[in-house]
Design a protein around this ligand. Structure first.
Ligand code: PMP
Length: 285
């Protein structure tokens, strides 16, 4: 079945979908995005994603003329048209086709470009979830507004590419000696005294939707949480390290920079939280 994608009000075969070469998303990375999980054919936590989309738009003075209801409806329509059971819906909103190339967006009064497509992908039952991830640390060379979910992802792409070249699965990013986040995930560690640590929100990291849910799950599981910064060394010495994201859900990191973490297999805290999250998703009506 050919994939049906959405471009500016129209659902069409992916072969027919085009965006102008003058689109500011293409020329300047002047665009925001969201990735929402689909599990058992149902969109998970869409409200949180729509909320963050508004927040990213506000941070960039980017107008989103579609209402929450319309965006919700478009997500559901795209899932139905593509008969998606498990995977993601990708949404990208750019400042649009300004007709020429101009750095300033002060006078850009053109309609934004909205593109949406589905990606089929196993999220729940994956080998990496069972085995855990091997990661390396890389310098965080991204910009200073990582709390906005923009498509300017080159620094993250470079870090991930370097990690893969070194035979690892992904990278954790480090700034001023402290871990910020993963290339596309938030990071947690479990200390030897069973405290779960994660970096506090701020402009240094993306406010992850999965991170938010995890904090609720951590409280629900009576685990002790501390939101503070931590070093790669602290992570390497931790009982457990795990990441959270829409596509990974929760995945253990079992090796960091060649050091085995804990027993070298997904630990009890990450496993309990991942199972708890999946139960939560499956029983959500
Ligand atoms: N940080 C970054 C840099 C990301 O790209 C992502 C994935 N969107 C996350 C964290 C996790 O966010 P979420 O849980 O909303 O997918």
């Amino acid at each position: 079945m050919a994939r049906i994608v959405y471009v500016n009000g129209h659902y069409m075969d992916e072969q027919q979908a085009t965006v102008s070469v003058f689109d500011r998303g293409f020329l300047f990375g002047d665009a925001v995005y969201e990735v929402t999980a689909v599990i058992d054919g149902k969109l998970w936590d869409l409200e949180d994603h729509l909320h963050r989309l508004r927040r990213s738009c506000a941070g960039l003075e980017l107008d989103c003329p579609w209402s929450e209801d319309e965006l919700r409806e478009m997500h559901h329509t795209l899932v139905a048209k593509n008969q998606l059971r498990e995977g993601v819906v990708y949404l990208q909103l750019s400042r649009g086709n300004a007709g020429d190339r101009d750095f300033s967006y002060a006078d850009t009064a053109v309609p934004p470009t909205l593109v949406m497509f589905t990606q089929q992908k196993a999220l729940v039952d994956t080998p990496k979830a069972r085995e855990g991830l091997r990661m390396i640390t890389r310098p965080d060379v991204r910009w200073q507004r990582r709390d906005l979910k923009t498509v300017s992802l080159l620094a993250a792409s470079m870090a991930l590419t370097e990690a893969r070249r070194q035979g690892a699965d992904d990278a954790l990013l480090v700034e001023n000696g402290m871990i910020t986040e993963g290339t596309s995930s938030n990071v947690f560690i479990v200390t030897q005294d069973d405290t779960v640590i994660t970096r506090p929100l701020g402009s240094g990291i993306l406010p992850g939707t999965t991170r938010r849910l995890l904090l609720e799950l951590i409280a629900h599981n009576n685990l002790h949480l501390s939101e503070r910064v931590f070093t790669p060394e602290e992570a390497r010495r931790a009982k457990e390290v795990f990441i959270s994201s829409t596509t990974a859900l929760i995945m253990s990191v079992v090796e960091l920079d060649g050091c085995v973490i804990g027993s070298g297999a997904p630990g009890p805290v990450a496993t309990a939280l991942r199972n708890g999250l999946i139960r939560w998703i499956r029983h959500d009506e």
